[in-house]
Design a protein around this ligand. Structure first.
Ligand code: SF4
Length: 63
């Protein structure tokens, strides 16, 4: 199990993370980021990719 957190004070809702981990991140109807806070280990690589592409370095993962 992994835990995901996003610093919403940094997030600019660009959505790059959505492309890398679509099961975790999505932009809602107001183009605001929503995410699930816990996920199966199988999502680890996708979340790591999202962390790498986030231009604001706003995404954090806790083992
Ligand atoms: S890539 Fe980063 S800044 Fe963009 S929506 Fe995702 S968390 Fe927010």
């Amino acid at each position: 199990m992994i835990k995901i957190d996003v610093d919403m004070s940094k997030c600019q809702h660009y959505g790059q993370c959505v492309f890398e981990a679509p099961n975790i991140f999505k932009l809602n109807d107001d183009d605001k980021l929503e995410f699930v806070a816990t996920a199966d280990d199988s999502e680890r690589a996708n979340v790591e990719a999202a962390i790498d592409v986030c231009p604001m370095q706003a995404i954090f993962m806790v083992e």
